[in-house]
Write a new protein. Structure first.
Length: 135
């Protein structure tokens, strides 16, 4: 079957691909959804910036490597948020949507691994310092 993508160019596709690739993009338009979307975007970007700034200050004072990983995760997370909102919800880029979702999910897994590694390193450092104080 031929389905007209939002960019106006008909592409051959099957109904299942159409449901998952085109209809899964941001199509919900109501005031509550739009408000929550703006809050979600602002909260994610703000959290990334605040954590990166405090992690930088923490690394500068302590030289703990976990802070560096948190900074890297925040930069990656900031890019993921901007990328998802710029491309993931863009109906004009429907032909790239499936590739973008794979890249987005891959980067999200990398983001999670870096975040966990940073957290584990910081916890180990603080446990080491706590044990050293008790002796």
């Amino acid at each position: 079957t031929l389905v007209a993508f939002p960019c106006g160019t008909p592409r051959p596709t099957v109904a299942v691909a159409y449901l998952f690739l085109v209809r899964s993009m941001n199509t919900l338009r109501n005031p509550t959804s739009e408000t929550l979307y703006a809050i979600q975007l602002l909260a994610g970007l703000t959290a990334s910036v605040v954590i990166a700034v405090f992690s930088y200050r923490g690394y500068r004072e302590t030289k703990f490597r976990g802070f560096l990983l948190w900074i890297a995760a925040c930069i990656l997370g900031f890019g993921i948020i901007i990328g998802w909102d710029a491309v993931g919800h863009g109906h004009h880029l429907a032909q790239f949507y499936s590739v973008f979702v794979i890249v987005y999910r891959t980067l999200s897994v990398i983001h999670a691994v870096i975040s966990v590694a940073g957290t584990v390193l910081l916890i180990q450092e603080f446990r080491r310092l706590f044990k050293a104080q008790r002796i």
